[in-house]
Write a protein that binds this ligand. Structure first.
Ligand code: HEC
Ligand code: HEC
Ligand code: HEC
Ligand code: HEC
Length: 155
């Protein structure tokens, strides 16, 4: 064969060798097929332990109820029964041992996140009882009138 045919061939071989070498160094050793099929078993073995050790951010209300039983009971029997404590108080991991207190957010924004009326007729969002945050008792904290753990419309 003439030079002009060999040159691109060497180039191609060189490129493939470079890719294979790079792959050897870049892909972790424990990456591969772990199991009997290719479909779901292509992963890094170390990833299993990584996710097992990954710390949870949220505890769930059953845990909160162990100590804050009054709030938990009020919440469970109210219109807010589907709302997790940590939705309003933030993630509870480490509380109360390392994190002594969880934040209490008394801003109108906390509530308006869900209760600002939005007209999306085709979605469940517009079925939440909605108000206009600019005019509904403007400037006053919502909790002055509505108990966040057991809201009603008594005002
Ligand atoms: C093992 C018991 C325990 C568990 C479980 C627990 N807490 Fe607490 N929590 C406490 C203690 C103790 C305090 C500090 C009380 C104080 O200083 O008056 C506290 C304080 C708080 C405060 C601040 C109260 C204030 O007056 O400033 C909030 C909010 C709170 N916890 C929410 C939660 C939520 C939400 C959960 C679930 C994710 C939870 N707690 C789980 C024991 C617990
Ligand atoms: C819709 C938002 C919301 C949810 C859901 C919610 N809280 Fe609260 N929480 C507040 C606000 C706002 C305050 C401060 C107003 C007040 O004093 O009642 C508060 C106050 C508290 C306090 C300190 C004052 C007190 O009443 O003892 C604790 C403890 C607390 N919440 C725990 C909980 C726990 C436990 C849950 C779940 C069972 C929960 N909260 C669910 C918004 C919420
Ligand atoms: C994560 C979303 C969410 C947040 C945040 C939230 N709410 Fe609600 N709220 C709801 C849902 C869901 C209902 C129940 C709707 C139903 O059953 O029709 C509700 C119901 C209510 C009601 C109507 C009670 C009734 O008798 O009809 C009031 C008042 C209320 N919430 C006030 C508040 C206040 C005050 C805050 C802030 C402290 C707050 N909400 C934060 C979702 C939320
Ligand atoms: C001064 C007391 C007061 C304050 C502050 C207040 N509300 Fe109300 N809210 C009421 C009363 C009374 C009603 C029932 C009659 C009405 O709609 O005016 C009501 C009704 C509601 C309803 C039901 C609306 C419906 O159509 O079913 C929601 C949701 C609500 N408020 C959320 C909030 C939120 C969120 C805040 C803070 C941004 C807030 N409220 C602040 C007194 C108050």
């Amino acid at each position: 064969m003439k030079n002009h045919a060999w040159r691109p061939l060497w180039l191609a071989i060189g490129l493939i060798a470079a890719v294979l070498t790079a792959r050897h160094f870049l892909v972790p050793q424990d990456f591969g097929v772990h199991g009997d099929s290719f479909t779901y078993n292509f992963y890094r073995l170390g990833a299993v332990q990584f996710w097992e050790d990954f710390p949870d951010k949220y505890q769930g209300r059953e845990r909160c109820a162990k100590c804050h039983d009054e709030n938990a009971e009020a919440n469970a029997t109210s219109k807010h029964r589907n709302i997790q404590c940590e939705n309003c108080h933030g993630p509870g991991t480490g509380h109360p041992k390392q994190v002594k207190q969880l934040p209490i957010n008394s801003s109108r924004e906390l509530c308006l996140r869900c209760h600002e009326y939005l007209a999306y007729p085709s979605s469940l969002r517009s079925q939440l009882p909605g108000i206009d945050g600019d005019t509904h008792k403007a400037g006053k904290e919502c909790r002055k009138c509505h108990d966040p753990h057991h809201p009603d419309l008594e005002g």
